[in-house]
Design a protein around this ligand. Structure first.
Ligand code: ADP
Length: 502
């Protein structure tokens, strides 16, 4: 009894593309073999018929020779002609005897016996002529000739029947050949179709699933068939997808660390204000504690409390940003998030540049606040890094009714979306982006910054996040005149936007 692994291996090998192709190959080979054997058999029959036909013709020719020497003898009365005639008669009898079993196929037994009898009678009559006086030969000639003619007629009929039979065998062979060739072609086409169904179809399905994966961000491929090869390709592909996902997550993490670094110095700067306010209030209280009234003391204490709360909220936002958590959409108020991000980023880069915010207080968008803030950190940092001391940056946001993609190089799932969307524009009057690098700025690791100053992941991550939200990110730039990044995110009813539709 075969052991379990051997059995399962056998079952598996039946479900393999290689197995199916081999089966198809063997099926075609078997069809060709059977057809060839069949034709070899048919050819042998035909060959036997031709040989038999040749023998019938030989018999007929021998009978003609008999008649030729008979005629010569009656004309010239030469003993040699009579001897030749006798020799050919014996030859014809031998031929008839030797092939009698085969000749039955072309003439009935009685006809063959008739030929034999007449030939023997004819032989007797010819032999009797040796004793006849040459002067009396003419009188005997009609009787002998008549018998000879009847022998010729039977032999001729024999040869003629065989010729006809060969001809009809050839015709049916040709029809058969045509039929077999057509059925073979049909069978091969059917096998080809079945093979293509079983082999090509799963491959095609796999091709469209792979295309769907790159378009849909589907996470795993499902095997379109149970073939061993397909299963192992799918397993390898899914493993690769998982690895890619892990790497992407790790890239996102490292990019968040960079952003966190940017924000940290901003946070230190932001914390300075509440801390110095707390410090001043404390000093006043310490110096004038005994002299001022209870209401003034309370006011200072309230200020300390407020500033402590502010400091706590700053630290809280930073902690919130640094924490790793699952994607979670909620209504995010844009203005405070952008203002806070500007405050954080400003600490690291030029503090002198002007930043103008044009965002309604109550404009919100359904988004993951942490991820959206990372997009703002990256865009604002990029814009600020290029600004000179007189630099200016405008950040606006409004609800729009999108009918076509934003102008410029646009990327993301939402670029083709129509309808209500929240559009956020970050415009700077910095150096702008050269047209030749513009199409590459969203690529991972593309940077024009010096080593140690940029990883080239900021815009890639911004694109990934916007895309994850079903949005669109676009850039427009004229070198020397700055750049505008435009983000569109779907605004659902749940977002309760109150900003004006433009
Ligand atoms: P990094 O900032 O690490 O270089 P990014 O992906 O954020 O990576 O940016 C890629 C490149 O795009 C930058 O190196 C820069 O050349 C260009 N870029 C992005 N934003 C701006 C901007 N506002 N003005 C000019 N160039 C920009």
């Amino acid at each position: 009894m075969p052991s379990a692994p051997v059995l399962s291996q056998k079952v598996l090998s039946r479900h393999s593309l290689r197995g199916k192709i081999t089966l198809g190959y063997y099926a075609v080979a078997a069809i060709i073999l059977v057809a060839s054997l069949f034709f070899i058999g048919e050819l042998r029959t035909l060959e036997a018929r031709v040989v038999l036909g040749q023998r019938a013709t030989d018999l007929f020719n021998t009978v003609l020779e008999i008649r030729r020497f008979e005629r010569n003898y009656f004309l010239h009365h030469q003993a040699a002609d009579l001897a030749e005639n006798g020799r050919y008669i014996r030859l014809a009898q031998e031929m008839l005897m030797a092939n009698r079993a085969d000749f039955v196929a072309i003439a009935p037994e009685e006809r063959l016996s008739q030929l034999h009898t007449r030939l023997t009678r004819y032989q007797g009559q010819m032999a009797a002529l040796t004793a006849v006086d040459p002067q009396q030969l003419d009188a005997l000639e009609p009787q002998v000739r008549q018998l000879g003619q009847s022998v010729v007629a039977i032999a001729e009929a024999l040869a003629e029947t065989e010729r006809h039979q060969i001809q009809s065998t050839l015709v049916s062979f040709r029809t058969l050949l045509l039929g077999v060739i057509l059925s073979m072609a049909l069978l091969i086409v059917v096998i080809g179709r079945v093979l293509s169904q079983r082999v090509v179809k799963p491959l095609k399905e796999m091709e469209s699933s792979v295309a769907a994966i790159s378009a849909d961000h589907r996470e795993t491929l499902r095997p379109p068939s149970n073939d061993r090869e397909i299963l192992s390709i799918i397993a390898a592909f899914n493993h690769m997808l998982k690895e890619l996902d892990l790497r992407q997550k790790s890239l996102m993490r490292s990019e968040r660390m960079v952003s966190l670094g940017t924000m940290l110095s901003g946070v230190a700067h932001e914390l300075n204000n509440p801390l110095s306010n707390i410090s001043s209030s404390c000093q006043i209280l310490l110096e004038e504690g005994g002299e001022c009234d209870a209401a003034t003391q309370r006011r200072y204490l309230e200020q300390i409390d407020q500033q402590t709360e502010r400091a706590r909220s700053i630290v809280h936002s930073l902690l919130d940003f640094s924490r790793e958590r699952a994607f979670r959409k909620e209504a995010v108020l844009l203005r405070p998030l952008v203002a806070q991000t500007v405050g954080f980023v400003r600490g690291e880069v030029s503090a002198k540049s002007v930043v103008q915010l044009s965002i309604a207080e109550d404009l919100s968008v359904p988004a993951d606040a942490q991820r959206l803030q990372q997009v703002f950190v990256n865009l604002i940092r990029n814009a600020m890094e290029g600004l000179g001391p007189q630099g200016r940056m405008d950040i606006s946001a409004q609800l729009v009714l999108a009918s076509e993609p934003p102008v410029g190089t646009a990327l993301g799932e939402g670029c083709g979306k129509q309808g209500a969307m929240v559009e956020i524009r970050v415009t700077d009057n910095g150096p702008g982006i050269a047209p030749d690098i513009l199409p590459r700025i969203f690529d991972p690791f593309f940077t024009t910054k010096d080593v140690g100053h940029g990883m080239g992941l900021g815009l890639f991550v911004a694109y990934e996040i916007v895309d994850e939200h079903g949005g669109c990110i676009a850039v427009q730039s004229t070198p020397g005149q700055g750049a505008t990044f435009c983000i569109r995110l779907p605004a659902t009813d749940a977002s309760h936007n109150k900003g004006a539709l433009s």
